[in-house]
Design a protein around this ligand. Structure first.
Ligand SMILES: CC(C)(COP(=O)(O)OP(=O)(O)OC[C@H]1O[C@@H](n2cnc3c(N)ncnc32)[C@H](O)[C@@H]1OP(=O)(O)O)[C@@H](O)C(=O)NCCC(=O)NCCS
Length: 410
């Protein structure tokens, strides 16, 4: 490749990010945009490719806590800021960055690397598999009646964004610990949300926040949304574009949905990033009115340390399975392991016993959060089952409800 891989110094930020901004179609980000990105940047977890004095490739990582099935958590490297200069593409720059970054993640003893991908063609070769999915939900408010009335409890408040930071952060922190696939959001994340730059509004209003508090006044849910106004022939036809909706239990999420569907002048509620298994459909008197659009992969997961990753989560059933993980990109992370699952934990050790299932790192990444059935991957020809019946057992062991979901873009 003939390039040097280098950890940037804090002062290198703009030069380091230049190939990323350009790769995403932005030749000259504003000072505000640069500042927004810098707010979350972790220079010591970043790696650039340098050609002479020019930074031509980049990758970075956020220090995340990832929620796993059973409401446990594990450290995860949130891979971000990935781009290669157009002048240097398809020469192996990304491959070199990914290899060095995974070594660094392994050295830090993070069992997982995770990312959200610009294209689904890029990361499978590096051992990442799509583990959570997201869908856009759209509902006409005049067809949004619930089949059963909601029990009123707690209190809703529409709050100014500048004053909502603590309530959103407190409610999110409770919610993210309950759902596999979620990541923590640091104070800088909320600062960035609160900056609410006009460039991120896509023609809609500034951000509204509605918070829900329990009977003791503790925040237990919130939604953020924008109003896109339309007055065709003088008739109100606004859309509420929901960017976040979290409640510590499903009833609070239903209260927030009800609130959104009852906003006067709003004809449509559109939520961009929702779990596939949002129970809203089952609350509606006309469930077909809830349109599910653009189902897409969201969180990609890469396991670096199989025993650490598999013992960090909880499992639905007791069993013992031998998994052969063929890790083509990083052979040191592969091997054959016996996974023994029990009520409150699991053991996982290297073994020489015969394999029940043979899979790649990509397939392990896809199924480790419990959202993708091993038998589904096998039906796509991606897992082998030397022991008859092992797939059905693996489904029972690995799958979790509710399905894992990540609503954070990074
Ligand atoms: C994606 C990107 C970083 C790839 O960088 P790169 O240095 O060209 O990648 P490499 O040369 O290491 O490619 C490695 C392999 O992946 C393939 N590949 C890379 N990017 C690909 C893409 N977008 N689609 C399909 N295949 C891709 C290459 O063809 C190559 O395959 P091979 O090993 O069979 O020859 C670069 O194209 C880019 O900056 N894209 C725009 C920004 C972006 O999408 N970043 C990712 C953010 S999540």
């Amino acid at each position: 490749m003939g390039l040097e891989l280098r950890v940037p110094e804090p002062d290198d930020f703009v030069a380091f990010m230049e190939p990323v901004w350009r790769a995403f179609g932005e030749p000259a980000p504003s000072a505000e945009e640069i500042d927004d990105e810098r707010l979350l940047w972790e220079p010591e977890r970043s790696l650039g490719a340098v050609d002479g004095s020019e930074w031509v490739g980049a990758t970075g990582a956020f220090t995340f806590e990832l929620t796993l099935p059973g409401a446990t958590t594990a450290p995860a490297a949130g891979v971000t800021m990935v781009g290669v200069a157009q002048t240097h593409r398809r020469r192996g720059v990304l491959t070199a960055l990914m290899a060095a970054q995974l070594d660094d993640v392994a050295e830090r003893r993070d069992p997982f690397a995770i990312l959200t991908a610009s294209e689904s063609s890029i990361y499978g070769r590096f051992g990442y598999g799509p583990a959570t999915f997201s869908t856009e939900l759209e509902l006409r408010t005049d067809r949004s009646r619930f089949r059963d009335p909601l029990e009123g409890r707690g209190r809703l408040r529409v709050v100014r964004l500048a004053e909502a930071g603590d309530a959103m952060a407190a409610a999110y922190e409770r919610c993210r610990r309950q759902r596999a696939g979620a990541v923590d959001r640091r104070k800088e994340y909320w600062q960035r949300v609160q900056r609410d730059r006009p460039s991120s509004r896509d023609g809609a209003s500034a951000l509204f926040v509605v918070t829900h508090t329990d009977d003791d006044g503790e925040p237990d849910g919130y939604a953020t949304y924008r109003i896109k106004q339309r007055w065709p022939s003088g008739l109100p036809d606004h859309t509420a574009v929901v960017t976040d909706l979290y409640g510590v239990d499903p009833d609070i999420e239903a209260i927030l949905w009800r609130f959104l569907c009852d906003i006067d002048l709003v004809a449509t509620v559109r939520a961009r990033t929702r779990p596939e298994d949002d129970p809203l459909r089952w609350r509606l008197a006309e469930p077909r009115q809830l349109r599910t659009k653009d189902l897409s992969d969201w969180l990609w997961v890469r396991v670096l340390d199989v025993p650490a990753a598999l013992t960090a989560r909880r499992y639905a059933t007791e069993d013992s399975l031998v998994l052969t993980v063929e890790d083509r990109f990083r052979p040191a992370s592969g091997g054959r392991f016996r996974l023994e699952t029990g009520g409150d934990g699991a053991d996982c050790e290297p073994t020489t016993a015969g394999a029940d299932l043979i899979l790649g790192a990509e397939e392990l990444g896809a199924m480790v959060l419990g959202g993708v059935a091993p038998s589904l991957l096998a039906r796509a020809g991606r897992i082998d089952e030397p022991t008859p019946g092992a797939l059905a057992r693996a489904d029972s062991v690995f799958l979790c409800e509710p399905r894992p979901f990540c609503g954070t873009m990074f």
